[in-house]
Design a protein around this ligand. Structure first.
Ligand code: GLN
Length: 495
């Protein structure tokens, strides 16, 4: 077999089980692809020795006939996940040199199932951003280009390294995290699949916290079947995370029948934004037509509080971030600033945080501290929390009325050029999350599926939002959409 790095998880799993390929061969192919792709700046800490060690162990396990689905499959891990003995920096300067003594639950579950970690993936600093440009490692680059234009494009954010690595076949799949869209938006920008499960499905333990009431991990994969396989391994109750749900995890892959006859798919009118590009409108209408042709019923629905979602998110997320990031003070983790003679503990905190956090993170900490301060708590934070309840109720109402899933665009545009948005004011960047943040605020599962190309040849994604805890059903609807859309485009290799 050649080009083993180009395989998806299901294909590689089947080839491993039938003995057509070994994990060592798969891993070797990925490590070579990674070494050729430094221009993408996707892998920021490579762990080739560890990968080979795990690949050999996986091959032995497969030979013994003890092979869970992920066994022997080489994947990348977002830098936000703590991985024992391996740098885990959340793409921040403040965590320079931090090598955790522990492993996040999700990456541990993947490792226990025999998955092979190839290294750590680039991202926005502390997962704050939509373009991977806030990373201390410098931005990741999308493998895609606009036609023959060689301008570099963003792979999206915050899981930009994961997106770029999977789309460029540097690994078979990757982990991502999603607080406001960071799995779904980058997946859409690079033409791959990304699912954020219901809040509480995956343990947050050992994942560097951004906004704890919104953060969820999920897989970023080459197709929907792979997402089902990897999600199953990542999910499950964890006593170390009090918000993790005590629910059994179904066999998601077995639920992929492609049969969506009689399912009711809602089209929310509030997601039709002013100034939305015609291409996105068309993609959305085409997606609805495909689901209809597959036997679903398309229903117009209303989610009336949608317009308050972005402002509420950009109060709640920074508020939680400002509290979570208070622990980075130069005492316990990572990097401490150089101190001058006579500096006390206050100077140490101030210098460490001023040097260690980038501008976007500092902005969020300031906004968060402001909205939580005594005089403003009610006016901002409490009000945003009430708005959040209303947004959640909008979804509860449509699900109670019989809607099975909701179809929306994943992003308001195709990938933009690196640097193009950083000139604009930060709110422009925040607008990227307009279709995704509602899902985090309501704690629902959401998946982005590549569904077409724009006029410049760049991927566009559609988002499906499901009922809580019904990821299996959601994946099946996504599978039907994937089959109908038949998206097969790949970026041409220039790196
Ligand atoms: N782009 C959003 C933000 O900057 C979402 C990030 C995320 O989901 N981690 O907050």
């Amino acid at each position: 077999m050649s080009d083993l790095n180009k395989l998806g998880l299901a294909e590689a799993r089947d080839a491993l089980r039938s003995g057509d390929v070994t994990s060592v061969e798969l891993t070797d192919a990925c490590l070579k692809a990674i070494d050729e792709a430094d221009a993408l700046n996707a892998f920021v800490h490579k762990t080739p020795e560890l990968a080979m060690e795990r690949a050999k162990a996986a091959d032995e396990r497969i030979q013994r006939g003890d092979a869970p689905s992920m066994c022997g499959l080489p994947i990348g891990i977002k830098d936000l996940f703590c991985t024992k003995g391996v740098p885990s920096q959340a793409a921040s300067k403040i965590l320079e040199g931090f090598k955790p003594e522990y492993e996040s639950t999700v990456s541990q579950q993947l490792a226990d199932a025999g998955a092979v970690m190839l290294g750590k993936l680039n991202m926005d600093e502390f997962a704050m951003g939509s373009s991977n440009e806030t990373s201390t490692y410098g931005n990741a680059v999308s493998p895609w280009r606009r036609g023959n234009d060689d301008a570099q494009l963003t792979p999206g954010g915050s899981s930009g390294g994961s997106a770029s690595a999977v789309a460029a076949d540097l690994c078979l799949a990757a982990t991502g995290t999603d607080t406001g869209g960071s799995i779904r938006q980058p997946a859409a920008f690079v033409g791959i699949t990304g699912i954020k499960p219901t809040y509480g499905r995956c343990s947050r333990w050992g994942i560097v916290a951004f906004a704890s009431s919104l953060d969820q991990a999920g897989p970023m994969t080459k197709n929907v079947r792979d997402a089902a396989i990897m999600l199953e391994t990542m999910c499950g109750h964890d006593p170390k995370d009090s918000t993790s749900a005590e629910l059994s995890v179904p066999n998601f892959e077995a639920m992929l029948t492609g049969d969506i006859k009689g399912k009711k798919i809602g089209i929310p009118k509030e997601y039709r934004m002013d100034g939305m590009p015609a291409e996105i409108e068309k993609l959305w209408a085409d997606g609805a037509a495909m689901l209809k042709a597959a036997g679903a019923e398309i229903v117009d629905i209303s989610l009336p509080h949608t317009k308050y979602a972005l402002p509420a998110y950009y109060v709640i997320a920074p508020a939680e971030a400002s509290s979570n990031l208070a622990r980075y003070d130069g005492v316990r983790y990572g990097r401490r600033a150089q101190l001058a003679q006579g500096d006390g503990i206050t100077e140490m905190y101030e210098k460490t945080r001023a040097e260690g956090f980038g501008p976007e993170v500092q902005r969020r900490v300031m906004v968060g501290t402001y909205v939580l301060s005594a005089g403003f708590y009610d006016a901002y934070y409490n009000r945003a929390r009430r708005v959040r309840t209303l947004i959640k109720k909008d979804f509860e109402d449509v699900f109670a009325a019989g809607i099975d899933a909701i179809l929306t665009p994943a992003t308001p545009s195709a990938a933009f050029g690196l640097g193009e948005m950083t000139e604009a004011d930060p709110v422009q960047m925040y607008l990227n999350d307009v279709f995704t943040v509602t899902v985090n605020l309501a704690g629902l599962p959401g998946i982005s599926v590549p569904a077409g190309l724009d006029a410049q040849g760049l991927p566009l994604g559609l988002q499906l939002i499901g009922r809580p805890w019904e990821e299996g059903d959601l994946l099946n609807t996504a599978y039907a959409l994937e089959n109908a859309a038949g998206f097969v485009a790949k970026p041409g290799k220039w790196w």
